[in-house]
Every structure is written in C-alpha cells, then in structure tokens.
Ligand binder design. Sequence first.
Ligand SMILES: Cc1ncc(COP(=O)(O)O)c(C=O)c1O
Length: 470
Amino acid sequence: MSLIKTTSIRSLREIILDYNCNKIACVKILKVQQFNMFSTSSDLKTSSQTKTIDYQSYLNTVGKLRKPSLIREMTKMLATAPPGTIFMAGGLPNPALFPFQSLTVELDSKTKLNLDQTALRAALQYQPTSGYPPLHAELKKLVQHFFNPPKMSDSELIVTVGSQNALCSVLEMILEPGDAVVVPMPVYSSVLSLMDPHRPQYLGVPEDADGMQPHLLKEVLNNWKGKTPKLLYVNPTGSNPSGVVIPSERKRQIYEIARQHNLLILEDDPYYFLHFLDKDPETFLSLDVDGRVLRFDSFSKVLSSGLRVGFATGPKELIRVLELSLQASVLHASSLSQVLVHGILKSWGIHGFVNHTTKVKQFYKRRRDLMVASVEKHLKGLAEWNLPQGGMFLWMRMLHVEDTYEMVMERGIGEKIMLLPGREFMARREDHCPYLRAAFSVIPEDEMDEGMERLKALIKREEGLQRRKQ
Ligand SMILES: Cc1ncc(COP(=O)(O)O)c(C=O)c1O
C-alpha cells in the first residue's frame, strides 16, 4: 500500500472528481495507475540506493507537477494487453473509416516496404507515448549496439518528434527563470531559442578545434558566483555550427567536471551518424556511470527530416517525466513515421543501417571537401576556418570584418548569396561576431565555387565599408 502514497499516483477522491465515476470503478482505475507506476516507483527506490543523483531536484514546478494521463497510460497498457481483452477505455477512432487501404514505399529499385494490415492499422492509429512498441524495441537494440550505456538497466528510451521536441520538453520541465546553463560557444541557435524565454544566465565555454575546452569549463564554473547551474548542453558530433567532434579524452574530462558540479548533461547528437572520422566517436551516454546524461538522437539527418522521428535515452526517472510531458502535449510522434522507420530498420538490420549511414557520411564528406577547396581558393587571407569533422557546416571567422550580421542580412542578398551570420549562435547576441556559417549539405556541387566567389566579393565590399566608417 505504500505505493499509494507516491505523489505521482492520484488519490481515489481526485479520480472520483475527475472521471465522475463510482467508488468501485475508481478503485479499478487506481489499480491500473498503481500497475503503471510500479516500474517508476521501484526504479526510484533502487536508484536512490545506487545513484547519488536526486532527479527531483533538477525539476521545476512544471516538471514536478506533471501527472500521468490515464488515457495515455491505458493506450500503453493496450499495447501489451492479453489477447481477447475487451477495450472500452480510450476514444480511439475506428480504423474501418480511415480512407487508406494499403501503403507501399519503394526504398530503392530492389527493396519495397509493404505495410501489411497490422502495420497499416498501427500506422494510422494512436500509439503509446513512449513510441510504437516494435520501434521502441528496435531502438533499444540500436542504443545498446552503438552506445552501450553502462547503466542500461537504469535507463529508458522514448520516441520523440525529432530531437527538437524532446529538447524543448526537457528544458521546459527543468529551467526556472534565471537558471545558469552551461553551453559551448558557439552553440546551436535553436537551443538558444528554446532557452531564451526562461531568461537563463548562459555560462558560455569557448570551443577550440576539439570542441568545448575543459580547462575553460572548469574556470567558468569555479568563477561563477550565481545560482548553481543544473545543466550542461553539448552537441558533440559534427556540431552545429562549428563541425567539431569532441574526442573521447576530452569527453571524459568534461564528464568528470560535470560530476564534480553535479550537472545533468544534455547530449544533443543528431549528427552522430554523420561524422567523417575512421571510428565512431564515444558518446557521453557511453561514459555515463552516474545516470547524468540525457541523450537525444534523431533520424532527421540520416533518414528524413520530414518524418520527425527521434529518440531520447537517459535515466528512467527523467525519461518518465519527459513521457508525462509528451503525454500532455504531442501525445506521441507520428505513428506513420514510426512504423516506416521501424520497417526500414527491420528490413536493413544493424548491418544495413551501418551501410546506409556510411553512404551518408561519404556523401557529406565529399561535399565538405569540395566546399573547403573552394574556400581555400577564394577566401585565403580573408577568413580562417577549421576542417569540419562531421555534420553539415563550415564555420568561418572573417579576419577583417568585425561583425557579419549586416553584411549577410542586408548586403548578402544583393550578391545573391545566403548564409547565416555567426551572432545567431552566440549566447550574447548583442556582441559583434566575425563568424559565418555555410552549409554544404544541399548546395549543388557545381555552385560551391561560384558561391565562395560571391562571398569573397561580399567580404571585400564589407571590408571597404568598414574602412570608410573608421
Ligand atoms: C544540433 C541540433 N540539434 C537538434 C536539431 C533538431 O533536429 P530534429 O530534426 O531531430 O528535431 C538540429 C537540427 O538542425 C540540430 O542541428
């Protein structure tokens, strides 16, 4: 009975009020809730014995007050209910009325993905918030294969609407106004967009060619006199915008510092399968002996960004709170997309997936090389850059232009060229920033040279304007 005291389980009185049901029916509902909360509650118990992390202490009021949605919990139960269960619990639309009879997707000239009736029904129906169960199981295998987390038994995984949705929900359940957050400098601009409204204090840690610098991380944290930071955000493989891949040794150092300061690490890694190294990088999740890493993966860059499928992996308690948040917001990632991703992964197997991502890596590496060759030809003496080790971007510092914002936003279009000004990736966007981000992912190969020639003209013009102003 002690479980009933768990705050996540709602009282009989509350249920009677909410569902307007009689006492016996509500006792049944309560049992269902207890059943569903079992794993969470016992995990909480075990983890408090074996881990030193108090996950509740990271949550803000919203995170703490999220409660399970009974309807969503029922949908989860339905997925594993014994055959013959008569389901009257949820308002599932009747699939007989869905105007779809069959769906076949051609993967290449030899492989077709034909959704059978069961798969098609699943693709058109609501699914548990944690994900389409066969995909969920497949992703767990993938995580084990590629990341082999030391605390897999204390971890959980949830399918998300790309990684952005997961990042957004996690930040919304953790951040409080004025919280200090550790970010690399530069940092993925859309994560700033997520955090900005929470008015955080950004503790920016400058990168070098290997990413966030541990000695500066230490310095920033040791010198910080404000509110104790809870989070360290990092985008470790082929980072957006700088293209760095943090080497293993540096990851270990960063992880150690995060331990000393009791930081949760948000490992946002959508370019993991898009690095240009000989060996797959180690991940923070692979190093995570404490359970302080929440990892965000995405199929956007390797299968399709329009599918909007990603997954988050991390400590059970945090994934559970993320699940509660998604139960209340998006309900779940698109069922059709999840069924397709499952079909592809099943048909390829790990081997086929590795073959595919190898092709993806080769494709982007070639483009990186072409862009760097054009930049070397046209921008020597005007800009400097590091060779991107992964991802889709070349990050360049203008040598004689103080700030690229107006150059790009006001005069770039005149030269018929579009790039992103570096300011967008800086925690202090009011400061001058001499950087630019050029994406090599979709520019046609035969336009790279022309593009860099136009950039050269734009930079020269800007340098002239700047000289005249001085
Ligand atoms: C670093 C980083 N994180 C997250 C995302 C969002 O990706 P998704 O499509 O999985 O939501 C992107 C997309 O560009 C990204 O560059």
